[in-house]
Design a protein around this ligand. Sequence first.
Ligand SMILES: NC(=O)c1ccc[n+]([C@@H]2O[C@H](COP(=O)([O-])OP(=O)(O)OC[C@H]3O[C@@H](n4cnc5c(N)ncnc54)[C@H](OP(=O)(O)O)[C@@H]3O)[C@@H](O)[C@H]2O)c1
Length: 311
Amino acid sequence: MDNAVSNEVRFLHAIELGLGAWSWGDRVVWQYGRGYTDDDIRQAFQASITEGIRFIDTAEVYGSGRSERMTGQFLKETDQPVLVATKFFPMPWRLTKDSIPSALKRSLDRLGLEKVDLYQIHWPTPLLRIERMMEGLVACVDKGWARAVGVSNFDQPQMLRSYSALERKSVPLASNQVHYSLLNRKVEKNGLLARCKELGIRLIAYSPLEMGLLTGKYTPANPPPGSRGGRYASLIQKLAPVLKLMTEIGQDHGGKSNAQVALNWVICKGALPIPGAKNAAQALQNAGALGWKLTDEEMAKLDEVSDKTAQ
Ligand SMILES: NC(=O)c1ccc[n+]([C@@H]2O[C@H](COP(=O)([O-])OP(=O)(O)OC[C@H]3O[C@@H](n4cnc5c(N)ncnc54)[C@H](OP(=O)(O)O)[C@@H]3O)[C@@H](O)[C@H]2O)c1
């Protein structure tokens, strides 16, 4: 493991695959209540745990707190140790650094925990200076409420400011959670991934399945439901060559699914994917991204076809 990684955050670099909990209670994007039930979600959690997944990512805003509450309930029902990450959302009325530990306290109550393993700033905001936000995160560590702290959706300059502000307080910046998939490689092209590796910051890849597109189940004739339909109206028209290659490569590895190839690609790039799962079947399949590796040649071929398609 890299020398740049501080001992306090080494645990995050040892995790290969996590589980995202945005859809657990979210009606706006994921249509919670339609097509999947609380019991499906519980089974998604349990299947992941059975498969050895030990890192779950939620946020105070997911389902307006429901995702954290469900996660808390599931944690009570398992005897397995699970690392929990959640996030602070910079609402426009949260104008002081103290709002950060206050929000974390409420997240801890919903999660039924005394401490989270990772507390992240969900988005940067012009309303609260990065240095003040980092002071708020340091307070969370000092109070013993967060084992490690990170950011999300921060570009390189914002991340470097965060890193330096935390470093002055001897707290490492553990992670930056950003959009990264075979169909969205901005962080690779703009140098953010490389900078993360250089500084020992774990890049956590959100939407690693491109919100379901990379599973291959959506086509121009069968677009994803809800707001995803509009969001991906153009990209879905260009997907076929990527999916074809993923399927061929998956077959060469004994029948790996497109989702498994997509997640393995992120892992091979040195990032930590946190795919969302709404039911046990999805969770089980996603866990099958572990235990094997794409070859350098396959990675190069996937990069090439995605270059012609990706944002
Ligand atoms: N920090 C941020 O701003 C931010 C933003 C976005 C996400 N995130 C985090 O990243 C996590 C993952 O991202 P995401 O949920 O946006 O997208 P994703 O992981 O790319 O896709 C998840 C969705 O794909 C479908 N799916 C998952 N596994 C499948 C499988 N094996 N077979 C078929 N379909 C499958 C499911 O939706 P359907 O069945 O409905 O297709 C599922 O909800 C989130 O849960 C959240 O924790 C963070």
